[in-house]
Design a binder for this molecule. Sequence first.
Ligand SMILES: [Fe+2]
Ligand SMILES: [Fe+2]
Length: 239
Amino acid sequence: MSDLTRHHAAKGVSDRIALGITKLLRFFADTFFAHRYGHRAIVLETVAGVPGMVGGMMQHLKSLRRMRDDDGWIRELIDEAENERMHLMAFVALFKPNAFERFLVLLAQGVFWNFYFVLYLFAPRTAHRTIGYFEEEAVISYTQFLAEIDAGRIDNGPAPEIAITYWKMAPDARLRDLVIAVRADEMKHRDVNHGFAAKLDATRTPGRNLENEPSTLPANPREHRGETRPALARTSAGP
Ligand SMILES: [Fe+2]
Ligand SMILES: [Fe+2]
């Protein structure tokens, strides 16, 4: 199976719930946005930036409560949230959401933050599995986005400056290059979140040895600390 079509086959109730939530949201997104991939990316990236922040916060609190190291989970999750926010910053420089989409974002954030917080509180494994499935769908959507660009139905204009800086792209990079870079990020989020679900699964399965589980985290521990990531572009004035 290619990296683009990688799919975790649902096993058990928790996986099926995660897949069900994902398919339901996919249906709504497909119905509402159809082929408006730029607008779809903006609205869905405002949602995609939530889980990493909730998960990172929850793992942070868990580490404090249990007085135990987090094995790099917190940094990985917060990095994911930041990376998703940069996807949003890049696309919003090219596509302008309408008033209804902005209202939808407001509504979606209010509902989704709370939903995901409660899910993570009671079923963190299902929460990570859900995001693994969300990311599988994100990879599919960005592949469709690319097909629209290649077919000439979406203008392959210049990539915005903020994206060129963040992904260290060539100065003459186009929208196509941006979509490929974003899709690569989504593939990483997919594998990391499915990996986290597998780790949590392993901790609850008697007889399974955590040491034998595939690592979900970068081999280079410095990456946990963000030291090898591209410098973040400033998106607003701040202290
Ligand atoms: Fe994203
Ligand atoms: Fe993602």
